[in-house]
Design a protein around this ligand. Structure first.
Ligand code: 5GP
Length: 346
């Protein structure tokens, strides 16, 4: 048995220290980035925020709503091939990841879709990115899709970030147990504080010219700024995007003054009982559910929420004196805190 004693941090453990700068307004900062990916040499420019590949938020409608802002969507893997083919024929698809697990069915479906339409970005997502089988599958998908950008995870440590990039991933997806509807930590005791995971994986990945996506654990726009500050190139969000018109999930209505109004919307983990019943007809015996189902407040169109996140990030950048998103990690000094904010009116 071994104990690591250096402190590991979550978003809630830090704040970003303000710094003197000559920036006067949020409008002077640029939150877009251009990346060149290590295995494909492809260039991509946009706002590097990704809607999670959950069937509630990783939807075609989310991709449509995000397109004008240059933000991305990892589509969930349960869309039928025909609908994916139709979608990948449209322009909006240039900011979308096609998601897969590592089952033969997933790989066959991808090959089938790729024979009809170009798929330039693939998200390979498994709960535990440490298995040898996952690494071998990343190698295989890289071999079979030489021109596609591959994002792969989930992992939380530098050595696994390096292994995945060497196996063919352009982007590693970082985060185990940090998600809002994830119960992995309760069930297994496994996990890693998200901000430290991002800092350590970014250090390892950037050394190999790879990129990092911080996945899970953001609860407010300030957490997105902290993830970028820690070295994330992309930030993936589930819960913060739940409850919108662009989401899929049961909506709960209430009668108010004789009119039926939407008040709540279902949101659940991809390995929750809800998802397993929907797609696999129940929870497999050997596999415990590692996700939960919640109801979030219905919030209307996602555009206002996305603009709130973008505004928060721009404001954070003016406080730290970063003109471009790329400069954010260099301009970030985190301070350890015991509390995030004043809670007197909570
Ligand atoms: P959030 O932004 O809601 O905090 O986190 C979203 C992330 O949670 C997803 O991108 C995914 O990595 C993770 N996630 C989604 N569903 C489940 C689940 O059922 N179990 C676990 N362990 N993680 C999940």
């Amino acid at each position: 048995m071994h104990i690591e004693t250096d402190p590991k941090l979550d978003f809630k453990d830090v704040l970003i220290r303000p710094k003197r700068s000559t920036l006067n307004s949020r409008s002077e900062v640029d939150i877009s980035r251009t990346f060149r990916f290590v295995h494909t040499g492809h260039e991509w420019t946009g706002f590097p925020l990704i809607a999670a590949n959950m069937d509630t938020v990783g939807t075609f409608s989310m991709a449509q709503a995000f397109a004008p802002f240059g933000a991305m969507v990892a589509l969930h893997k349960h869309y039928p091939a025909e609908r994916l083919i139709e979608f990948f024929r449209t322009d909006v698809s240039k900011n979308a990841f096609y998601s897969i697990g590592i089952t033969a069915e997933d790989l066959d479906k991808l090959a089938f879709v790729r024979r009809q339409v170009p798929v330039t970005k693939i998200c390979m997502d498994v709960a535990n990115g440490y298995s040898e089988q996952f690494l071998q599958t990343v190698k295989r998908v890289r071999d079979e899709n030489k021109d596609a950008v591959i994002m792969a995870g989930a992992i939380v440590t530098g050595e696994m970030a390096e292994a995945l990039i060497l196996a063919g991933a352009d982007i590693v997806k970082v985060g185990i147990g940090s998600g809002s509807v994830c119960t992995t930590r309760d069930l297994t005791g496994v996990g890693y504080p998200q901000l430290s995971a991002v800092i350590e994986c970014a250090d390892a990945a950037h050394g190999l010219r790879g990129h990092v996506c911080s996945d899970g654990g953001c609860t407010v726009p300030g957490d997105v700024a902290k993830a970028f500050g820690g070295g994330a190139d992309f930030v993936m969000l589930g819960g913060m995007l739940a409850g919108h018109d662009e989401c899929e999930g049961r909506v709960r209505h209430e009668l108010r003054d004789g009119e039926s109004v939407a008040v709540g919307m279902e949101f659940y983990g991809m390995s929750s009982e809800t998802a397993m019943h929907k797609y696999h007809g129940g929870v497999a015996d050997y596999r415990a559910s590692e996700g939960k189902t919640v109801e979030v407040t219905y919030r209307g169109p996602v555009k206002a929420t996305l603009q709130g996140i973008m505004g928060g990030l721009r404001s954070a950048m003016t406080y730290m004196g970063a003109t471009r998103l790329k400069e954010v990690p260099k301009r970030t000094t985190f301070v350890l805190v015991g509390a995030q904010r004043n809670t007197v009116f909570d």
